[in-house]
Design a protein around this ligand. Sequence first.
Ligand code: AMP
Length: 300
Amino acid sequence: MAVSHRLFRPATTTVKNTFSSFLIRSISSSSSSSSGSSLDPKIDLEEAASQLEKSSSTSTSPSPYKGRNFHWVFLGCPGVGKGTYASRLSSLLGVPHIATGDLVREELSSSGLLSSQLKELVNHGKLVPDEFIISLLSKRLQAGKEKGESGYILDGFPRTVTQAEILEGVTNIDLVINLKLREEALLAKCLGRRICSECGANYNVACIDIKGDDDSPRMYMPPLLPPPNCESKLISRADDTEEVVKERLRIYNKMTQPVEEFYKKRRKLLEFELPGGIPESWPRLLRALHLENDKQSAIA
Ligand code: AMP
């Protein structure tokens, strides 16, 4: 596809530094701006990290976990349920759930040449260029910082080792949750995904029932059906077709699986195999995260 050649560039050191400075600008306070762009990048990184700590500790979040300053990342194949569990944890912990896929879709809803070129990539299951994603994430973090947000749960970022290196350079990620689900279920979950075009809520019309055998137990995931007020407004994502989901899975294995290794080496990776649908998986995930005793966990 011609567009991908034009938009993708190899991650040279210069490009990496540019990404870093995007992120740094977003998490540094305006008081550091007087130092300008000629600063030693290392000093910028330290400054950025300390500003992030400060902004996190002044949050007014009502969560009982306030002050614990979560900087978590969700990894996992398309369709695994990152958005579902990240958004539940976000409510429980009182930290924002930032999904770069949502930021991309929001951006692509605007018109313009760049937007239509990027739409081509997204709709074909390709990753968008690192520069673009870093810029979107930076803007989102900056807006959150101005609102006094504390910490975050990232979903869909980092997706390449370059992105992981940049993130590691500017902040301290304390936990990376790698969600896993049997491959047979992933495609069905993507094909069954529906979104309410009005309120944005996610549902799933697929009923997944995989027979057990000697090696693995039966897996049953009931559909997550919409309430009557969303029923007539359901849409599917343009990249949730069989062909594109297969391409997204291929890209995940090639580009994002190395990110799992990256965090494993740094002892930050928690592998979590989803045993089934939300009712079975949520309590087990909370146990794995040592959050199971909190009264609010049941409500989230
Ligand atoms: P998602 O909603 O996470 O499946 O993301 C939807 C699409 O947005 C992906 O298939 C990519 O085209 C793009 N995207 C989201 N996050 C990233 C990222 N971190 N790096 C590159 N592309 C991304």
